[in-house]
Design a protein around this ligand. Sequence first.
Ligand SMILES: [Mn+2]
Length: 278
Amino acid sequence: MKLGLSSLLFPNASIDDIVKFSAKLGAECVEIIYDAPHFPPDYDQRKLSGIKELLDAHGLRVSVHGSFWDLNPASHHRELQKLTLKQVGRSIDACRALGGEIVVLHWGRCPVPEAKDFLEGAKRRYRRFLEQCLPYARDRGVTLALENAGGQLATYPSTVEELKRLVLELEGAKVAFDIGHAHLAERRAGGKATGLAIAEAIEGLREHLVHVHVHDNHGKDDDHLPPGDGDINFKPVVEALRAINYGGLLIAELWNPKHPLETGRKGMKKLRNLFKTS
Ligand SMILES: [Mn+2]
C-alpha cells in the first residue's frame, strides 16, 4: 500500500506546495480535493497539467476527492443535483488529467430523514445520480469509490451495510473506506471498543474496497486527528487491511489549520509506524 496525505490539511497552501511538502515528508501519494479553496468552480482545467508534472517529478501517485462542499447528490432541488453532477464530472476529468485512477464520492444527504417518503426520494435520487456518474467515469478510466459516512440518519448510505448493498446494485461502484467515520458510526450505534467492528467491516467489504482514508477521533465529532490522537484501536484495523491484502492508497485525511505542517509530519510518521512495520 502507498501512504500519503490529503490536501484537506492545507487550506492556505498552494497545491504545488502541498505536493512538495508531502514528498518531503516521504509520502508516496497525495489526495487532491477537487473543490474550494484550491479549485473554485471556474478553475481552468488546463492548469492541471502543471500539477501532474510536479506529481510525476516527485514520483507521487494521486487520487481525487470529488467536489462536495455545499453540494448534495441527493438534493430535492433539481438545480443543485445538476450542479453536483457537473462538479463531480469535472472532478472525474481532473482525476484523468492528473493521471489518477480513483475519485472518492460522498454520500447523499436528506435534511429531514424523519419524513419517510422524503428519505426514500433522496435514496432514489442518489442512486440515479450514481447511475449517471458511473458510465462517465468508466469511459475515462476512472473508478468511483463511495465513502462511508459517520452513521447519521440524514446520510445515505448511512451504514456500512447500506453502502455494501448499494455497491452490489451498481455496476462499477467501489468503496473508499474511511476508518474515522467507521469509528463514529460504531460509537453512534452504541459500540464501545470499535476496533474489531471496523476490522469486520473491512473484511466484509474486501471485494469492493479500493481506497482508504485514515484519521482519528473521540467517537463524538469528526475531528480528523492523526492516528493515536483519538481513541480508535488501530491494531485490529491494520491487521484486517493486511489480511485482505489491501494494496491501494492509504490517505491520512487530517485537519488542523493552525498547525498543518506539524500535523502532516506527525500523521505521516504515525501511518508509517502503523502500516510499514511488521
Ligand atoms: Mn474521508
